[in-house]
Design a protein around this ligand. Structure first.
Ligand code: BV8
Ligand code: ZN
Length: 254
């Protein structure tokens, strides 16, 4: 079901030009053109598991080695990936648009590698490893080979200096997000004139609540996605296509 109004690209470009504040919120779809598997796409599965099976505290408690194998597999793919045009356009908008903020569900760090100066990471970052017992020890694995798959079946579980297991510094299903991060994201959504919702299946909360918060505060919500999502019927505009292409075309009209 397409939305009642299909809005031309140059109308969205006008909204962006006239906006005092623009927020972009991104999901795994923006990294798909970089070759990073999405969660729900055909390539989103890993062996016979889904993110809901592995990205949980229970899975880590029961099979920490398997969870680490999955994260190392993802880190290896991300380490070989490059930011794509979609990431780069959003990085440029941080300086070329009047007031632009970026909120992401992604943990891959590709926005930062594309040059985005400020990235609000709702669900953490796959390159950081932290103490699972909460002693506060955190390690940045982004430059260490140890952080990615040494071998295919690498089920090693890193041990903290306090003796506890260490885990990827990401938010798992059933875990609370950092309240300061959530509050900041909601405040940005409340204050923006345009919210771009890019490459997300709009299923996971509280990230999926951002469009409703923005819309209720008078913002225009623009969805950029290759497919229909639960948000599509409610968006003020739906730009159907790969985010790299759509964002580049939009930028050319600004
Ligand atoms: C919490 C980090 C409470 C880890 C992730 C019932 C109703 C409502 C909510 C719930 C419910 N039951 C449970 C919940 C809560 C749950 C939730 O929302 N579940 C959903 C499934 C119903 N949420 C939580 O658990 C959150 N915490 O609620 O805590 C609480 C409070 C106090 C105390 C304790 C607890 C935590 C959620 C965070 C989970 N962590 N990631 C890791 O990455 O390993 S989630 C992970 O999947 C991502 O971060 C992202 O958020 C999420 C969704 O993925 P997407 O990014 O949208 O990607 P997806 O593959 O789904 O879609 C890709 C899209 O891109 C598609 O639409 C596709 O068409 C499109 N696309 C593809 N290619 C392109 C493209 N678009 C454009 N261009 C392309 N080229
Ligand atoms: Zn520790």
């Amino acid at each position: 079901m397409e939305p009642a109004l299909s809005v031309p690209l140059n109308q969205v470009a006008t909204w962006l030009r006239e906006a005092a504040s623009v927020v972009a919120t991104t999901g795994a779809g923006i990294s798909a053109e970089s070759g990073v598997p999405t969660f729900r796409g055909a390539d989103g599965l890993w062996r016979t598991f889904s993110a809901a099976d592995l990205a949980t505290p229970g899975a880590f408690a029961r099979q920490p080695g398997l969870v680490w194998e999955w994260y190392r597999w993802r880190r290896a793919i991300i380490s070989r990936a490059q930011p794509n045009e979609g990431h780069r356009v959003l990085a440029r908008w941080a300086t070329s648009l009047r007031r632009f903020s970026l909120v992401t569900q992604n943990v891959d760090g590709l926005h930062q590698r594309a040059g985005s100066p400020e990235v609000l990471e709702l669900h953490g970052n796959i390159w950081r490893t932290r103490c699972a017992a909460g002693c506060g020890h955190v390690v940045d694995d982004s430059r260490s080979e140890a952080g990615i798959a040494a071998t295919d079946e690498d089920q090693q579980v890193p041990v903290c200096r306090c003796g506890a297991r260490m885990r990827p510094d990401v938010v798992w299903f059933g875990e609370a997000l950092d309240p300061a991060v959530v509050n900041r994201a909601m405040a940005l959504a409340e204050r923006c004139d345009v919210l771009l919702v890019i490459g997300t299946s709009a299923l996971v909360y509280p990230a999926a609540a951002l469009p409703d918060v923005a819309s209720r505060h008078g913002a225009r919500v623009v969805e950029v996605n290759v497919d229909e999502t639960p948000l599509s019927p409610f968006a003020d505009a739906v730009l159907r296509g790969p985010s790299g292409t759509v964002l580049r075309e939009l930028e050319s009209l600004l």
